[in-house]
Design a protein around this ligand. Structure first.
Ligand SMILES: [Zn+2]
Length: 475
């Protein structure tokens, strides 16, 4: 024994890697939703070795490797880890958004929370500080135990206009500055380029003009990066498609989409990356109906809950005006939000029916949209808008992985990372069952679920709710 120890120490000192024993966990007797097949497959098993799926198939074909840990998941359903393709991280303390909260600790807490809700990957759209890219690079060299990050670095905001994060994004004014920004982001190694094209219902007198958007999209393509745009207006969306934009970060909401737009999106393969229906819904509510739902309350701080439950907030939301951080403009739009929500849902249906590529994204992170929680809302709203639960799940897993261009995640197939969610009941029977989270694995690591979480408090402070309780929210 002594000799062996010394021998390994000598090898390590000499710089040789010592092959570690393979670590294998086998999940048995589960119902599999693999993200590829048309139907769920009862009586399945998954072999996870060193964080990857080494084998998946029917129990009859299972050969349990020697020394493997076996977990019997009889009665449970396993689906791929959820991917949210539009989030922002590290923004908030309670209900206050400020760049000063963008710390590694807060980012880590958000990514831990996404994981707890079964969201095993997130795409951050344009408000990241540079250390997020370091974190992402570390994740890609290891087996993370928090949500995987895809980052658009710092997105493009027009000077005096809407979007970005004050203190992180540096607004631009000209096509040349747009190209320079893209070059800088590409040099940092971002995964995407984000741009904001909006004037918040004409309450802001500046909107990114076509020559600037064209320069940003063109430069992104020169750097082999795809460009994803925040949009609101139909005409802006069409112009951006003509300029070659690759995806939209929100649904078009000013008017019904027409055949011309749908045809353009299909012909050029433009994605509706994130319809953010749950965001539009959150904006249309004076008082949120989930403030006593443990699936929600476990993931937010007591300060957040107190603020959201206050009459003062309800009054402020309804009567507005809301100030834009860092801008001298105000909006008073609550009266218009119901219409916006309905328009977003109708346009979403039109895109799905036309066969446009659609992902699943929420724009959670900023005030009123909650990391992890919103992803479940978003899938429920897709079903409310007429999709099958299976299609909603695929948009949030396999399809989002396709958008991200990452072949190692999104489905439960041999060779992929073992990023998966174990559910007590089938989400195909009721999409709300995605909330009945029994376990979450990222790269084969079991991580705490929302039912084992009590954000910023000791676990004992959260006494309500469990994975086996039926979902509370009646949509
Ligand atoms: Zn956003």
């Amino acid at each position: 024994m002594q000799g062996l120890k010394w021998g390994m120490a000598a090898l390590l000192a000499a710089g040789f890697a010592v092959p570690a024993l393979a670590e294998t966990t086998v999940l048995t007797n589960l119902t599999l939703i693999d993200g590829v097949s048309a139907a769920a497959q009862p009586g399945s098993a998954i072999v996870m070795t060193d964080g990857k799926i080494a084998w998946v198939g029917p129990m009859s074909g299972l050969k349990t490797p020697k020394g493997a840990t076996v977990q019997d998941l009889a009665g449970k359903v396993v689906m791929p880890g959820i991917i949210d393709s539009h989030v922002h991280i590290g923004l908030m303390h309670d209900v206050t958004q400020d760049e000063k909260y963008f710390t590694p600790e807060n980012v880590n807490a958000d990514l831990k929370q996404y994981a707890a809700y079964g969201v095993t990957s997130v795409q951050v759209l344009g408000t990241d500080k540079d250390f997020v890219l370091d974190l992402r690079n570390q994740q890609r060299k290891s087996r993370p135990s928090i949500s995987r990050v895809f980052s658009a670095g710092q997105g493009a905001v027009i000077k005096g206009g809407y979007g970005g994060l004050v203190g992180v994004t540096q607004p631009i004014a000209t096509p040349e500055e747009g190209r320079k920004l893209v070059d800088e982001q590409a040099a940092k190694g971002v995964d995407f380029i984000k741009l904001w094209v909006d004037d918040e219902r004409k309450t802001i007198p500046v909107k990114m003009p076509p020559p600037v958007t064209a320069a940003i999209i063109d430069e992104a393509h020169k750097k082999h990066l795809r460009a994803v745009a925040h949009v609101f207006y139909l005409e802006d969306a069409k112009e951006l498609i003509r300029q070659g934009v690759d995806g939209f970060g929100h649904m078009i909401r000013d008017q019904p989409v027409d055949k011309e737009l749908l045809d353009m999106m299909k012909a050029k393969g433009v994605w509706m990356v994130s319809a953010t229906l749950s965001r539009e819904m959150a904006y249309s509510l004076a008082m949120m109906p989930w403030l006593n739902d443990p699936f929600f309350t476990r993931g937010v701080t007591p300060g957040t809950l107190d603020a959201l439950r206050s009459m003062a907030r309800e009054k402020a939301v309804v009567l507005g005006p809301t100030r834009f951080p860092g801008l001298p403009y105000e909006k008073k739009v609550f009266f218009d939000m119901d219409r916006t929500l309905v328009q977003a849902i109708e346009n979403w249906q039109a895109m799905v029916n036309a066969g446009v590529n659609v992902g699943m994204g929420t724009d959670s992170g900023p005030n009123g949209r909650f990391p992890g929680f919103n992803a479940h809302e978003e899938m429920q709203m897709q079903v409310l808008a007429g999709r099958t639960p299976m299609d909603a799940i695929k948009s949030a897993t396999a399809d989002n992985a396709l958008w991200l261009g990452d072949k190692s995640i999104g489905t439960l197939e041999k060779g992929k990372w073992a990023d998966l969610v174990v559910l007590e009941k089938s989400p195909l029977d009721d999409i709300r069952n995605t909330q009945m989270i029994s376990a979450v694995f990222i790269a084969g690591n079991s991580v705490p679920t929302i039912w084992q979480t009590c954000r910023d408090r000791p676990l004992s402070a959260c006494t309500t709710g469990s994975s086996t309780e039926p979902p509370h929210m009646p949509y």
